[in-house]
Design a protein around this ligand. Structure first.
Ligand SMILES: [Zn+2]
Length: 302
């Protein structure tokens, strides 16, 4: 009898798919070597995030408006806030995104706008008054965010969905969340022909404040020296302001190659200064004031 039980146990384990017992199964890990992706930082539900965005637009209708730019797979309204001058052509444009990986929420992008408006330096106000626009997407992947999952509702990684003319994969958008955001930016640029996309930053977690710059799709690919100089103008302030700045480099050099990232897309498509920031697990939410200093530097130099 015991023998039979043993045999059936062996059979049970042998026929159960191995991934069901993998430590990678219950949490969503990045595909780097043993890096834990979950930020450990909990946020309010996506519906609350939308409420916060609407409240901000109500408080500052002179410069802030809520933009609904599509639907997630589960039918959530993709929502962003756009800060722009009312009676002035836009000549500068920056983009900040968060929770592209739904479990990598840092509680930074969703507080950044209010924190910049509260700052007594008035840098954001001056940026807008001089023709600057800022598109803030606190949660790019609401279905993944509400379930604390890396991928979207189809468990597809949205940071592998962005085409790059230098790389064969992916050749086109396949996920509604990323495609809708690309269209929003494209439409904004065609409505505002005096600007280009100057700057884009995508917030992820968790590699201790690491800052990634293009190219990510293939090891050994680097931007030109002139581009490096242009990028460092925006990277250096982080090194100056942050108490313990992380490493700076390309994804293949510091982590792994990744095709289809926002990092490569914004640089490839628009020549934007494009960065991916990898926050610190559990601790990044306490870093908001440093992000404000960094962003004030960015907005002054766009
Ligand atoms: Zn990520």
């Amino acid at each position: 009898m015991i023998e039979m039980l043993k045999i059936s146990l062996v059979f049970l384990f042998a026929t159960t798919p191995t991934h069901a017992f993998s430590k990678f199964d219950n949490h969503d890990y990045v595909d780097g070597p043993g890096i834990f992706s979950d930020s450990g930082i909990r946020g309010p539900r996506y519906s609350e995030q939308i409420k916060t965005m609407k409240e901000l637009a109500k408080k500052r209708p002179d410069i802030v408006r809520v933009v609904e730019y599509g639907k997630s797979i589960r039918g959530k309204t993709l929502t962003a806030i756009l800060l722009e001058p009312k009676n002035l052509p836009v000549t500068k444009f920056a983009l900040v995104t968060g929770a592209t990986h739904g479990n990598e929420y840092l509680n930074i992008v969703d507080r950044l706008t209010q924190a910049l408006l509260d700052s007594n330096t008035d840098v954001l106000e001056n940026y807008i008054a001089s023709g600057g626009a800022l598109l803030v997407v606190p949660i790019m992947n609401p279905d993944g965010y509400d379930r604390r999952r890396r991928g979207n509702a189809k468990r597809v990684d949205l940071n592998r969905d962005w085409p790059n003319s230098r790389s064969p994969k992916p050749s086109e958008f396949k996920q509604p969340e990323s495609e809708a955001l690309s269209k929003l930016v494209e439409n904004f640029l065609s409505d505002n022909p005096l600007t280009k996309l100057n700057f884009a930053m995508d917030y992820h977690c968790c590699v201790d404040g690491m800052l990634l710059k293009p190219w990510g799709y293939q090891k050994g690919e680097y931007m030109s020296q002139n581009e490096e100089i242009r990028f460092n103008y925006f990277v250096d302030p982080m090194l100056k302001y942050f108490p313990r700045p992380g490493k700076v480099g390309t994804p293949p050099d510091l982590l792994y190659s990744a095709q289809g990232t926002t990092l490569d897309y914004w640089f490839d498509q628009y020549g934007a200064i494009s960065l991916t920031y990898e926050g610190t697990r559990r601790k990044e939410e306490g870093m908001l004031s440093f992000h404000v200093l960094w962003w004030e530097d960015i907005l002054q130099n766009i």
